[in-house]
Design a protein around this ligand. Structure first.
Ligand SMILES: Cc1cc2nc3c(=O)[nH]c(=O)nc-3n(C[C@H](O)[C@H](O)[C@H](O)COP(=O)(O)OP(=O)(O)OC[C@H]3O[C@@H](n4cnc5c(N)ncnc54)[C@H](O)[C@@H]3O)c2cc1C
Length: 498
């Protein structure tokens, strides 16, 4: 009987425990990718993401073909496709990785599991990161993750026995109903590029990682830029972690910045799993505030004008607009600036993160729901577990774009504005043509937001709930509080974050 390997966000053959397991079992292997309307019609999905995936699928097809079993691609809902393939070519095992997705994929998995049980098919899900299912406490999580990151990688199969199933075409973005989405600076998909990017980061670009990462100007080359490859799995997080360990060992005592850079890089890889774990434990992360006391704080119906101006890079706040336009054109932004644009939307413009989160999610080629919604909530002050941080976009502009070249490039309307006024052109006496006045007064809006947030924080019971959120979702770096988490067994449990 055959084994079906279900590829999702793991588009590679290296360090792929599910594929390695299928190969070790012997017999025919059906490597399958399903382009699911369930996933690609979600408000966070975009054509730029799909194009990255499509390029990665073509590369994966070549790699699997080299092993003897080319990738099979189908367009349809997962259960329908699994059924149809089973009717055409029976299989008795499915191997895949554990996926941590939003609630619809969670429900889809339950349906697939039920069908497998009814058909006598054994579906085994393997771990692909530090994220743990059915986690009852964060205690010891970091140490267990580190052990997994240091464990030997899954071997690339020497060869696979294929089937005669038609390979199927990789759909176009329009076939999936994804709208017009030009992104001229988008990173391209495929395993070879993941390897190249990692190599140049580790040996050429990464030495000043710690300082370069703060600004979009230096971050463009100084950050690893691995995010879309990690998000769609053309490289495993363990591969990146082990490569960083090896580079740190190689450069130890060299008096260069590499050792510190590798330490910071590994921390960020760990954050990736830390934030994704939150979604694993709380599948409604895109729908409910982690701290329920913040529900209803921002208007349910957004101010349409503010939302549109922010999304289009027309807030009149130059550095914010430059960052939004840059993200639109490239599909990427460094962490600090992602935090700033989210923060301006949530605090200064007082828009609910549930309206702005999908706008940003669609912009990122590296969209990963666990990281994205954990960060959206965090930068909007609704987790109850983080210190309130309201970025001043004018100060950020001065600090992160000191020459003003980035702002001028992305907001050419400011060509005539002298350097001294570039980040606050409303203070300049001259006339700025074709560029709006700021949508809000930065200082007043930040003050009003802070007051509103603190008013919510003073509500009775707020602190107790916040402690429980920290116990459930917090890393264990600070003081410990214990509280058992609920199991993943029933999505309704996720209605309460505790
Ligand atoms: C509002 C908001 C939304 C975000 N949405 C996403 C998203 O959808 N997908 C995504 O991959 N990252 C997201 N991030 C995190 C971060 O901005 C990106 O991972 C980073 O900018 C990607 O560039 P890089 O690969 O060069 O990062 P590097 O700095 O080189 O980091 C290496 C890797 O570590 C992980 N990482 C880095 N920073 C973080 C972080 N703060 N939290 C969790 N993991 C991190 C990523 O996998 C990244 O590729 C978001 C941040 C914010 C503030």
């Amino acid at each position: 009987m055959a084994t079906l390997v279900w590829f999702k966000r793991d588009l590679r053959i290296a360090d792929h425990p599910a594929l390695a397991r299928a190969a070790a079992r012997g017999g025919p292997v059906i490597p399958l990718y399903v382009a699911e309307p369930l996933v690609w019609s979600h408000p966070d999905a975009s054509a730029r993401q799909w194009r990255f995936v499509a390029e990665s699928l073509e590369a994966l097809r070549r790699d699997l073909g080299g092993l003897g079993a080319p990738l099979v691609v189908r367009h349809g809902e997962a259960l329908d496709v699994l059924r149809a393939i089973h009717a055409e070519r029976a299989y008795d095992h499915i191997e895949s990785h554990e996926e941590t997705g939003l609630l619809p994929t969670w429900i889809r998995d339950r349906e697939v599991a039920a069908w497998c049980r009814a058909e006598g098919i054994r579906w085994t899900e393997h771990r692909d990161s530090g994220v743990e299912r059915h986690l009852t406490s964060r205690d010891g999580w970091a140490a267990r993750r580190e052990k997994l990151m240091r464990a030997p990688q899954a071997p690339v199969p020497e060869g696979l026995q294929g089937t005669n199933l038609a390979p199927g075409d990789v759909p176009e973005a329009k076939d999936l109903g994804l709208g017009f989405d030009p992104c001229p600076g988008r990173q391209k998909g495929g395993r070879a590029l993941a390897e190249e990017i990692l190599a140049t980061f580790l040996h050429e670009r990464g030495e000043d990682y710690r300082t370069d990462m703060s600004s979009p100007v230096t971050g463009e080359t100084g950050c690893s830029r691995l995010s879309p490859h990690l998000a769609w799995g053309t490289m495993s997080v363990r591969e990146a972690h082990q490569a960083a360990l090896a580079r740190a060992a190689e450069t130890k005592g060299s008096g260069t910045g590499w050792s510190n850079a590798m330490q910071s890089f590994k921390s960020r890889l760990a954050w990736r799993d830390h934030f994704t774990q939150k979604l694993e434990d709380f599948p409604l992360l895109d729908e409910r505030c982690l701290h329920p006391g913040f529900e209803g704080m921002r208007p349910e119906v957004p101010d349409a004008d503010r939302l549109e101006r922010w999304a289009e890079g027309m807030t009149g706040l130059p550095f914010v607009d430059a960052c939004m336009r840059y993200a639109k054109a490239t599909g990427w932004l460094n962490f600090r600036m992602r935090a700033m644009v989210q923060c301006v939307a949530s605090y200064h413009l007082w828009l609910d993160w549930r309206h702005t989160g999908p706008v940003l999610g669609r912009l990122w080629t590296d969209y990963a729901p666990g990281i994205h919604y954990a960060q959206s909530q965090m930068q909007s002050g609704v987790t109850g577990m983080n210190t309130l941080r309201i970025y001043n976009p004018v100060k950020q502009g001065h600090d992160q774009d000191p020459t003003g070249a980035f702002t001028r490039k992305w907001v050419p309307e400011l060509a005539d504005v002298p350097d001294a006024h570039l980040q606050a052109p409303w203070e300049w006496d001259g006339q700025v043509k074709g560029y709006p006045r700021p949508v809000v007064d930065v200082a007043d809006a930040a003050r009003a937001a802070r007051d509103r947030i603190y008013a919510y924080r003073r509500q009775p019971g707020f602190r107790e709930t916040a402690d429980a959120v920290v116990a459930r979702h917090g890393s264990r770096k600070g003081p410990r509080t214990r509280r058992p988490a609920r199991k993943r067994g029933d999505p309704r449990q996720a209605e309460l974050p505790l």
